[in-house]
Design a protein around this ligand. Structure first.
Ligand SMILES: *Cc1c(COP(=O)(O)O)cnc(C)c1O
Length: 737
């Protein structure tokens, strides 16, 4: 296929800019800029108001800027110097051949890259095609793959309206709404052939053929291809196939997964990309294995069972869900209506096809499971933390009746976060000073982080305080705006200006309000909580954020209870809720809080990553020993936490209510006896040396492990190219292939 390789969008934008600023167009069209330390000022400087209004979208920013303003900047040597050095860094980054992967796994080539499939990607707040943890992980995966030089392409869907947006009404009830994404103004480009026509693929969805076009988003060296069915030549219903992320019913869901899996593989073929590995990030993309098989059958004329092993060899799978109910399954009826035309192309009978997704064979009502399909069709499978690996092996023993639980072939690679994205530039600068200018390329090495001890306590503390003040100012601004929009009374709106206090111990809690995450555990004994938060000498404050799924009434009720609590007169200046949690809100939170609270019902948090982001900024975790924290938490011989705190450590019961009560008591006790006293033990200048010690421990022990560079190294050496496992060294050997 001929692809027009000219970066036309960059050129068009470049034409509009005064000559010294032309290269801003290259930066705007590659999300690389968003993980540099220059990211705060780079585009915002052009016009802070427009920057905010367009959701930090650099392309829209440059299109909206007045020529007057652009020429003003073009004559400013200070700005030009900044741009000049950033562009040099960018060109160097994009062109260097000396990468980690070129040394460790040169067998992965640009001609045969890793194709990474996911239903959502969280790259930046200006590309709202993500909902939460899974998407952020996928975004961080691509960014680290780019940094390490791993040849990779991402494959996902371009949702016209993304995930729902959240607004709370005066009764504290979540209202959901959607906003159209302005595709043509976003940092991405429609893939076209030499005639300038969009490259499209066709696939059958239910009874109709649907034409899908492909957009490319540049994430450093990695291209992310997003599929879009919103074309005039499609039936109006099919134009909404890629309308919403996780919206609609089972039928919408399977239709989207057909587009992602089957459409995704077809799209790569249309672009001339032949992946060496298809990595299915969660079961949503499992249909891709079928299309790999179909193409192979078409090419070779062999039967499904003859090429099955070959397909398995090219596919790998990561599972993310620790509860059986969380895995996508579809009824045989639904499979019939979507696949009756397809299993014949695979030369399979209906029964043979259904067996690919059946947990138990021979039951005609057995639903078709995406995780089952993925486990059957992939040569390697892994969970996302050590504990989640155990849980997954246990859950799927049913597929391997001849094996004992510990021999079920599901390993684990613990999730991480992309350090440059989540570390505040103010902290990154400190690390550059004390850990070495090149710290970002050595995040895996524990020795890099030992040098955190050389940072003077006062220096670390003042930077942290600046970031905390920034978080509080931002929270006030957001809360005030929300109150105005809700039409609250004047005094209540004004009170937002003095909400929270930068000197006070600040807890952050941001996550999806799913009942198992127990967003209101803290309120279980409301009076005790009130005493802790409202204490006159040593108060505590907390900032909440997070959405409840639109269909989750119980989750919405939890938010409502928190909003009621926010209004209680004794603590109303100590509690805040930031609406519409997204990557930007997430960054402000993880960079500014003292303590990050996480109290899910164990073991329902597969990994979690927000607590890892906190560590890179010197925040301290207080969490149930679930997911990654099970591996991260370190205690001394007396059971005292060294790098954070563990809630409800030893007591586990199957009585949910009792467990909630035990965990709440444990949390109160930690706050009263350890966290609050340690924070308020400050010297005459206000530096809490014991606390800063723990901040340093949090950074030193967690940063080298819970980052996506380590994670990508694990995927490369254990999953993508397992032949090299022994050469890459010791982190590894965890995935049973
Ligand atoms: C990091 C992040 C998440 C995932 O965090 P969890 O620890 O899994 O809750 C979700 N949403 C946003 C916006 C994030 O930045």
């Amino acid at each position: 296929m001929n692809i027009s390789s000219a970066n036309t969008a960059v050129q068009v934008l470049g034409e509009k800019l005064p000559f010294p600023l032309k290269r801003l167009a290259s930066l705007a069209y590659n999300y690389w800029w968003s993980w540099t330390s220059d990211r705060i000022a780079l585009f915002q400087t052009i016009d802070p108001q427009v920057w905010e209004r367009c959701g930090h979208n650099p392309v829209e920013m440059l299109h909206s800027a007045t020529y007057e303003r652009l020429t003003q900047l073009a004559e400013d040597p200070y700005y030009l110097k900044q741009i000049g050095s950033l562009v040099r860094e960018f060109d160097e980054y994009m062109s260097t051949k000396d990468t980690w992967v070129s040394r460790v796994a040169p067998q992965i080539t640009q001609e045969h890259p890793i194709a990474y499939f996911c239903a959502e990607f969280g790259i930046h707040e200006s590309l709202p095609v993500y909902s939460g943890g899974l998407g952020i992980l996928a975004g961080d995966h691509l960014k680290s793959a780019s940094d390490l030089g791993v040849p990779m392409v991402g494959v996902g869907l371009l949702y016209r309206q993304g995930y729902f947006r959240q607004r709370l009404n005066r009764g504290g009830w979540q209202e959901d709404y959607y906003v159209d994404n302005p595709f043509s103004q976003m940092p991405m480009e429609l893939m076209r052939n030499w005639h300038g026509e969009p490259i499209t693929i066709q696939l059958q969805v239910r009874q109709r053929m649907v034409r899908v076009q492909i957009w490319r988003v540049q994430v450093g060296r990695v291209s992310l291809y997003l599929l879009d069915s919103d074309r005039q030549d499609n039936d109006p219903i099919d134009r909404w196939l890629t309308g919403h992320l996780y919206g609609g019913n089972q039928e919408t869901r399977i239709a989207q997964e057909v587009v992602l899996g089957i459409g995704g593989v077809k799209a790569l073929t249309a672009l001339g990309i032949q992946p060496s590995v298809h990595h299915l990030n969660e079961g949503h993309a499992a249909f891709s294995t079928l299309e790999v098989a179909r193409q192979e059958i078409e090419r070779t004329g062999k039967s499904f069972y003859d090429i099955e092993a070959d397909v398995r060899n090219r596919c790998v799978f990561t599972t993310h869900t620790p509860v059986p109910a969380g895995h996508d399954v579809f009824s045989p009826d639904l499979i019939d209506s979507f696949f009756a035309h397809y299993w014949t192309q695979l030369r399979l009978s209906r029964q043979q096809f259904l067996a690919l997704g059946a947990r138990r064979l021979g039951d005609p009502w057995e639903p078709f499971g995406m995780t089952v399909l993925a486990l059957r069709m992939c040569r390697a499978a892994n969970g996302v933390s050590e504990l989640h690996g155990h849980v997954s092996r246990k859950m799927w023993t049913i597929l391997y009746p001849q094996r004992s639980e510990d021999k079920v072939p599901i390993g684990y690679i613990t999730n991480g976060v992309h350090a440059p994205t989540w570390t505040a530039p103010l902290m990154a600068e400190l690390y550059a000073q004390y850990l070495g200018e090149d710290w970002k390329t050595r995040v895996i090495d524990p020795k890099t982080w030992e040098k955190v001890d050389n940072i003077p306590n006062e220096e670390l503390w003042w930077r942290h305080l600046v970031l905390k003040e920034r978080l509080i100012a931002y929270t006030r601004y957001k809360v005030k705006k929300a109150r105005e929009q809700r039409g609250e009374q004047y005094q209540i709106i004004q009170a937002a200006e003095t909400l929270l206090d930068p000197k006070v111990l600040t807890i952050g809690f941001a996550r999806r309000f799913s009942p198992y995450k127990r967003g209101h555990l803290l309120l279980r004994d409301a009076e005790r909580a009130m005493r802790i938060f409202g204490n006159a000498q040593r108060p505590v404050q907390i900032i909440f954020a997070g959405k409840a799924h639109p269909a989750d009434e119980e989750g919405k009720r939890i938010i409502q209870r928190l909003m009621e609590w926010c209004q209680h007169s004794a603590i109303q200046h100590r509690v805040a809720f930031i609406e519409d949690y997204d990557i930007y809100v997430g960054q402000k939170l993880v960079q500014g809080v003292d303590v990050w609270l996480n109290n899910p019902r164990r073991p329902l948090e597969a990994s979690g990553t927000s607590g890892q982001k906190v560590c890179f900024n010197g925040g301290i975790n207080c969490s149930v020993l679930d997911g990654w924290w099970c591996e991260g938490y370190k205690a001394d011989a007396n059971g005292q936490g060294i790098n954070g705190w563990a809630i409800g450590e030893d007591a586990h019961t199957s009585d949910q209510d009792l467990q909630d009560s035990i965990d709440a008591q444990s949390l109160y006790k930690l706050l009263e006896e350890q966290i609050v006293p340690l924070y308020y033990d400050q010297d005459a200048n206000g530096t809490p040396h014991g606390w800063v010690q723990m901040m340093k421990a949090s950074i030193k022990t967690n940063a080298p492990l819970f980052n996506t560079d380590r994670m990508i190294a694990d995927y490369v050496s254990q999953v993508y190219v397992p032949e090299i496992a022994t050469r890459v060294g010791p982190i590894l050997a965890k995935v049973l292939v």
